[in-house]
Design a binder for this molecule. Structure first.
Ligand SMILES: *[C@@H]1O[C@H](CO)[C@@H](O)[C@H](O)[C@H]1NC(C)=O
Length: 264
């Protein structure tokens, strides 16, 4: 950020403001600035790539799939590093990195539930921690994605429709509606990412093949189209310069705000 302009009349100040407005439009967390660098087919699965998250500790992208049920780890360039099978999931819908090697898995059986799993480097089996909580939300409404706010220690879960909304969930399963997104012209909601860096949510719509940047009060401030047949999962690097979109049946699109050279 440039120093504040105390003397608005100076040429230097005008120049600084020009650069500041250009910088605000470019770069990380600004949806129009993301360039599609690569789209890869997810190996080994037939269908149902359901959720994605980025782990800054391992600097890798994790994807959860429903058919077959896998947790897969990828490099930022999209190379598969690990594939873990775990039949403990009934119907995985979303994945959220929490801390260290811990991730939360959102499932949608008759009731929704959140299970915390621990996947340290080198392990080949998913180790489940006994922290499963049930979400007593009617199943027909569809819980589609999860993300974690480590400062507040809450999850945000996205509900597909009836109503389209974001629900805030405590670690013990207590939940409340954060806001609805009913009159914004998209048919459904399918994934969510909380960006603590800007305190905003990125929300996917599968039917509209779009991603929205939304304030914590539910105001849509940006929206853009994205690649993929049926986008279901969204993840970012902590610097906001890479965006990963996972789509059904089985693809991952990798976006960048600072060129594609490092990703090829
Ligand atoms: C769940 O946790 C929240 C936040 O810590 C607390 O306010 C609430 O009373 C807890 N609910 C139950 C049922 O334990």
């Amino acid at each position: 950020m440039p120093p504040p302009c105390l003397r608005l009349a100076t040429a230097g100040c005008a120049l600084a403001m020009l650069f500041a407005s250009a910088a605000a439009f470019q770069g990380a967390w600004n949806l129009p600035a993301y360039e599609l660098c690569k789209a890869i087919a997810l190996p080994f699965i037939d269908d149902d790539a359901s959720g994605a998250t980025y782990n800054p500790v391992t600097q890798s992208v994790w994807v959860i799939t429903g058919s077959p049920k896998y947790l897969m780890e990828f490099s930022e360039r999209g190379q598969m590093l690990r594939k873990l099978s775990w039949d403990g999931f009934k119907d995985p819908e979303g994945l959220a990195w929490m801390v260290g090697y811990q991730m939360a898995v959102l499932e949608e059986p008759t009731k929704g539930g959140v299970t915390v799993v621990n996947v340290a480097p080198g392990v080949v089996n998913v180790e489940e921690r006994r922290t499963k909580v049930d979400l007593d939300v009617p199943s027909h409404t569809g819980l589609e994605g999860i993300t974690y706010n480590d400062k507040e220690e809450v999850y945000y879960v996205v509900q597909e429709k009836d109503p389209k909304r974001i629900v805030e969930v405590q670690l013990n399963g207590t939940y409340r509606e954060l806001f609805t997104l009913e009159n914004i012209g998209v048919g459904d909601l399918s994934g969510v990412h909380y960006a603590s860096q800007i305190n905003k949510l990125f929300v996917l719509s599968q039917e509209d093949k779009s991603v929205m940047k939304v304030t914590m009060k539910g105001k849509v401030v940006q929206q853009r189209d994205i690649a993929g047949e049926r986008p279901e999962g969204i993840a970012f690097t902590p610097d906001g310069q890479r965006m990963f979109i996972v789509s059904e049946p089985r693809s991952m699109s990798i976006y960048s705000t600072n060129g594609c050279d490092e990703l090829i």
